[in-house]
Design a protein around this ligand. Structure first.
Ligand code: 3PG
Length: 211
């Protein structure tokens, strides 16, 4: 059974979601984010380079709590675990994937966008979930609505989060973290715009720390 998802104590509740096309750029990206105070990253399995990028970051920047995202199948789960992922993220959940996840210790953030999806995951013992696609699934209104009937479930909303609405999500009682691609979008990674990525990471860390 996967452990409960928990950010490292010194990690701001912000998880950059990244698509890395060239694994050679991965360590520099992780360093740029770390320089901006970010300690947790989700590398999505949406590029051929993703598994090599996970290996490269776990080897060269071990301070990062590194997860593999966009896990859709048990096979991807196995590959991501072998590459060194410390946690897993999926946009949703299937019976097969839940069953496969039970073979691993690493925390798993399954995605839910409705009460029924969250309830099903709750039955399997998952109380920390990804809320996806946050904006499309009703955003802040939906999260507030889920709080009453499902008070023991907390969420990491992703999908449509940006520097403008991030704080509104973070301020919700049933949100333990937020995630998104706005801090390190693929264009900036491709352009090796490390200073800009550090600046965005810093802005996000400051935002999360502000009361
Ligand atoms: C995810 O996988 O969580 C999303 O693709 C991130 O969404 P965003 O690109 O809207 O931030």
């Amino acid at each position: 059974m996967p452990k409960m998802f928990k950010l490292p104590d010194d990690s701001p509740p912000i998880i950059p979601v990244v698509v890395i096309k060239d694994a050679a750029k991965a360590p520099k990206l992780a360093e740029a984010l770390l320089a901006g105070g970010i300690k947790t990253i989700e590398v999505t399995l949406r590029s051929k380079a993703a598994l090599d990028a996970i290996k490269a970051i776990t080897t060269s920047v071990p301070e990062i709590f590194l997860g593999a995202g966009t896990i859709l199948t048990g096979n991807q789960l196995e590959l991501a675990s072998n590459a060194g992922a410390a946690f897993f993220v999926s946009p949703g959940s299937t019976d097969q994937l839940i069953q496969a996840a039970m073979q691993y210790d690493q925390p798993f953030l399954f995605g839910a966008g409705t009460a029924s999806e969250a309830m099903k995951l709750r039955e399997h013992g998952f109380l920390r979930l990804k809320f996806f696609p946050a904006d499309g699934a009703g955003g802040i209104k939906t999260l507030k609505g889920l709080k009453g009937p499902l008070p023991d479930i907390t969420f990491c909303p992703t999908g449509g989060i940006n520097e403008k609405n991030a704080k509104n999500y973070l301020d919700l009682d049933n949100v333990f973290s937020i995630g998104g691609s706005w801090i390190a979008p693929t264009e900036l990674i491709e352009a090796e715009a490390w200073n800009e990525i550090t600046a965005r990471a810093q802005a996000a860390s400051i935002l999360a720390a502000s009361g």
